[in-house]
Ligand binder design. Structure first.
Ligand SMILES: Nc1nc2c(ncn2[C@@H]2O[C@H](COP(=O)(O)OP(=O)(O)OP(=O)(O)O)[C@@H](O)[C@H]2O)c(=O)[nH]1
Ligand SMILES: [Mg+2]
Length: 280
């Protein structure tokens, strides 16, 4: 009897020792995994920008605010300063957005209007690429738009892959007073889709303030072509003016609402002579 108990105890000790060895092996594997994950994140941060991390913003439930309250909150979304570099703030959600389109159509002016002159001073400028950030507080979540503004000249095309990769939205822009810049959107779209097939596509006509001075029949032709392009791209279409701050903030609100499935939608406006908004 004593011998059987002794044998059982020895068996148990062996099993425990075996489990301990297995456990410490798994711990080491896990530590290695974390270490490599950390290294990989650093490499990504250095090569293609900050890795995009998502955090769920609360969806609408019976106790959540109504759409008008969400609209008001997006409207008054507070701009906040971010201290420390990437990784120091686990609660910051970074959303990468890229802007593409021909030269001199108003891409940089559009971003500057959105981020403000103060942020513009902190802009990271490279040849053919500007990086600007804007951080907002929405429903208690800190959201940082990392905006990649690619120059429209052919030499800046080299930046297109890095600007498009991991973007959550791509803004395809054209000058409403220059038909050829609208025609170019097709090529910008084809190029961008090679590097990113999932980003929300948005088609933006710029310089609406100049556009409304054009003869109505010419305006009508451009509206028709832009709407057809937007439909083909499955994009939402906005006419905007950085000079008069028309639809600039609304476009970013739209991106945010779409990404986080917030119950706020833009209203269609198809009246020629007014800033058009259309979606498929
Ligand atoms: N009327 C009018 N002019 C604008 C508007 N936005 C930009 N512009 C003018 O358009 C010109 C080009 O603007 P940018 O913002 O530099 O254009 P871009 O697309 O960044 O040009 P690249 O960096 O060369 O690709 C400038 O002279 C701006 O003042 C606008 O909303 N209305
Ligand atoms: Mg520019």
């Amino acid at each position: 009897m004593a011998e059987t108990i002794h044998e059982n105890m020895t068996q148990l000790c062996r099993t425990i020792a075996h489990v301990n060895i297995k456990w410490s092996f798994l711990e080491r594997v896990s530590a290695f995994r974390h270490f490599f994950q950390f290294l990989w994140d650093r490499i990504l941060a250095c090569s293609i920008g900050k890795p995009v991390r998502y955090r769920r913003i609360s969806h609408r439930n019976p106790s959540s605010p109504p759409p008008e309250a969400i609209e008001a909150e997006l409207e008054s979304a507070e701009e906040v300063s971010v201290f420390g570099g990437y990784g120091s703030d686990p609660d910051l959600v970074t959303l990468k957005i890229s802007l593409l389109g021909d030269c001199q159509i108003g891409k940089t002016s559009f971003v500057i209007k959105y981020v403000g002159d103060e942020q513009e001073k902190k802009c990271l400028q490279m040849k053919g690429l500007n990086l600007m950030d804007k951080t907002l507080l929405v429903q208690g979540a800190r959201i940082s738009f990392s905006i990649w503004d690619v120059g429209g000249d052919s030499r800046s095309l080299d930046h297109l892959p890095i600007a498009c990769k991991d973007s959550v939205a791509i803004l395809f822009m054209f000058d409403l007073t220059s038909r050829c810049t609208l025609n170019s959107v097709v090529e910008w779209y084809n190029q961008a889709r090679k590097w990113n097939r999932t980003a929300i596509p948005i088609l933006i006509g710029t310089k609406f303030d100049d556009f409304v001075q054009l003869p109505p029949n010419l305006q009508w032709t451009i509206v028709t072509q832009a709407r057809a392009y937007a439909k083909a791209m499955k994009a939402t279409l906005f006419f905007s003016s950085a000079k008069h701050n028309i639809n600039v903030n609304k476009i970013f609100k739209f991106i945010m609402a779409k990404l986080f499935n917030l119950p706020w939608k833009v209203e269609r406006n198809l009246t020629v002579g007014e800033p058009i908004i259309d979606f498929y």
